[in-house]
Ligand binder design. Structure first.
Ligand SMILES: Cc1ncc(COP(=O)(O)O)c(C=O)c1O
Length: 509
């Protein structure tokens, strides 16, 4: 996840007061004590500083609740960036995990294991897809989608060798690998890591006119358009209604793979199994700790032995639509590619990805067992519907807070339980979203800022109405009681001209 603040600020925030750290040998006390502060100290000394966490230590969790080592309880309003949508330590998932962990955890794909085939069969028969390719992280999923798009571009679209282009959106976040950061608008993610990967163009998110313009000029070379249906890291940015449909139409018109990164939005988070479902749009490739490929729109033949619907595209999509969604693991690391039976077998393994996309951990028996249980929980507990309903409740509560602090809260927005509160930087002056998240934490609510003025509120989908009310009340209390104090304590800042404009387009997002 994004780590944007300079190290010094992080250091200052974590280590307030006079504590002067000495590096080198750790004291015996530090090694043995498991107090929150000691653990934070230990991590700071012994682990690379690639994050700037809110200073709270998770020690135990259940549902929407977290406890630190001192026994303080918190409400989780982040859900590990949507990785624990079902809630922490769900009993059904836990049972699958512990039973499997006692038997077998890892085989590598050098051999077969007795879970992955069952999982693959469970998944494919449940959703009407033919094959699965298991992977690990979100960035790896995006990387694989990029590789797939390029290969498809050369082999099917006949793009001249090494000229394939991927179009991505300003403000996007797709992970931190080299290929993926090459598309990033976050200078801190890119500077110092060059040369970045060539072969990509940027377009404004939500602007279908600009997208068509790029497609018109460069269409023959463009293999894929990669986008988030709702931009998460950028601050829960929701595109104008009709955008997803327009993207679908344009990708079809210019023969370009539509690649939806649903890593944060997918699998019930926004109130639909996939955010693209809101406009009943079927991308060619969906990345959500999984990748789904749909070649049907690209003129690649259907397998007549398994799919009887070659006569009608619409019917094909309906048949496959139930199979697009998949939840990887309730916090257990698992990513996968799911091939619909629209994909000819030679694309499934040998030609397109095959041994160019293997993984030691992908398809491990532990994650396979957990994934089956996790998916069942989403379905059995109707978490997509719940997210839609509870999301409305949460936004109503937040809008009430906004009405009480109209100068502080600029906007409340979201879909389902994927929400953000945007603060007014002018009114807040030197107080940032991070400062407010620290105060939320002190009052028992865990949320994460993005940029300096946006707080994401994405609780587990099992969160109760009472807990949502408590979260909104705590935000109210922080704005009423803590912000005025912080404003007094911190010197006012004069707003500076933008100094960190995007290296790609020169704008500050
Ligand atoms: C939209 C999106 N894509 C990709 C990623 C990268 O996932 P990972 O951190 O598992 O590599 C994230 C991470 O939050 C994300 O939000």
């Amino acid at each position: 996840m994004a780590a944007k603040r300079p190290l010094q600020i992080i250091f200052n925030r974590i280590y307030r007061g006079n504590s002067c750290r000495s590096f080198g040998a750790l004291s015996e006390n530090t090694m043995t004590s498991s107090s929150s502060q000691n653990l934070i100290d230990l991590e700071y000394q012994r682990s690379a500083h690639n994050y700037h966490p809110i200073p709270v230590v998770f020690s135990k969790a259940k549902g929407s609740s977290i406890w630190d080592p001192e026994g303080n309880k918190y409400l989780d309003f982040l859900s590990a960036y949507s990785a624990v949508n079902q809630g922490h330590c769900h009993p059904k998932v836990l049972k699958a995990l512990t039973e499997q962990a006692e038997r077998l955890t890892l085989s590598s794909r050098a051999f077969y294991n007795d879970r992955f085939p069952l999982f693959a069969d469970h998944l494919t028969s449940m959703f009407g897809y033919e094959m699965v390719l298991p992977m690990n992280t979100g960035a790896e999923g995006v990387e694989t989608a990029l590789k797939l798009a390029r290969k498809w571009g050369y082999e099917k679209k006949k793009i001249p060798k090494d000229e394939a282009i991927i179009v991505s959106c300003c403000g996007c976040f797709h992970g931190r690998t080299l290929a993926v950061i090459s598309m990033s608008c976050d200078n801190e993610a890119t500077r110092g890591f060059g040369p970045l990967l060539p072969g990509h163009l940027k377009v404004d998110f939500g602007d279908e006119v600009a997208l068509e313009k790029i497609f018109k000029v460069h269409g023959d070379q463009i293999a894929g358009f990669l986008f988030e249906p709702i931009q998460g890291e950028a601050g829960v940015i929701i595109p104008p209604e009709g955008y997803l449909k327009a993207v679908r139409d344009l990708c079809s018109k210019y023969n370009i793979l539509m690649i939806a990164d649903e890593i944060q939005t997918g699998l019930a988070r926004t109130g639909r199994m996939l955010a693209c479902d809101w406009e009943e749009v079927r991308p060619d490739v969906v990345v959500r700790p999984l990748i789904l490929f749909d070649y049907s729109r690209k003129g690649i033949r259907w397998r007549s032995d398994t799919c009887q619907c070659s006569a009608s595209r619409q019917r094909c999509y309906a048949l496959h639509s139930a199979g697009r969604a998949w939840k990887a693991g309730n916090g257990c690391c698992l990513s996968r590619a799911l091939y619909s039976n629209a994909v000819p077998p030679e694309l499934c393994s040998e030609v397109y990805l095959g041994e160019s996309s293997t993984s030691t951990f992908g398809g491990n028996p532990l994650a396979s067992a957990v994934a089956v249980a996790s998916l069942d929980v989403i379905r059995e507990e109707g978490l997509a519907e719940r997210s839609a309903q509870m999301g409305q409740e949460l936004r109503q509560l937040l809008i009430k807070v906004q009405q009480q602090f109209p100068n502080v809260i600029k906007e409340v927005r979201g879909k389902g339980l994927f929400n953000a509160v945007e603060l007014n930087s002018q009114t807040l002056s030197s107080v940032s979203a991070y400062d407010i998240c620290i105060k939320l934490k002190e009052r028992g609510v865990l949320a994460k800022p993005t940029h300096d003025t946006i707080i994401r509120l994405t609780p587990p989908l099992c969160m109760s109405l009472n807990e949502l009310e408590e979260g909104a009340k705590v935000l109210h209390d922080v704005l009423k009681l803590d912000v005025p104090k912080m404003q007094k304590e911190k010197p006012e800042t004069v707003s500076q001209p933008a100094t960190n404009a995007c290296d790609h387009c020169g704008r500050t997002l």
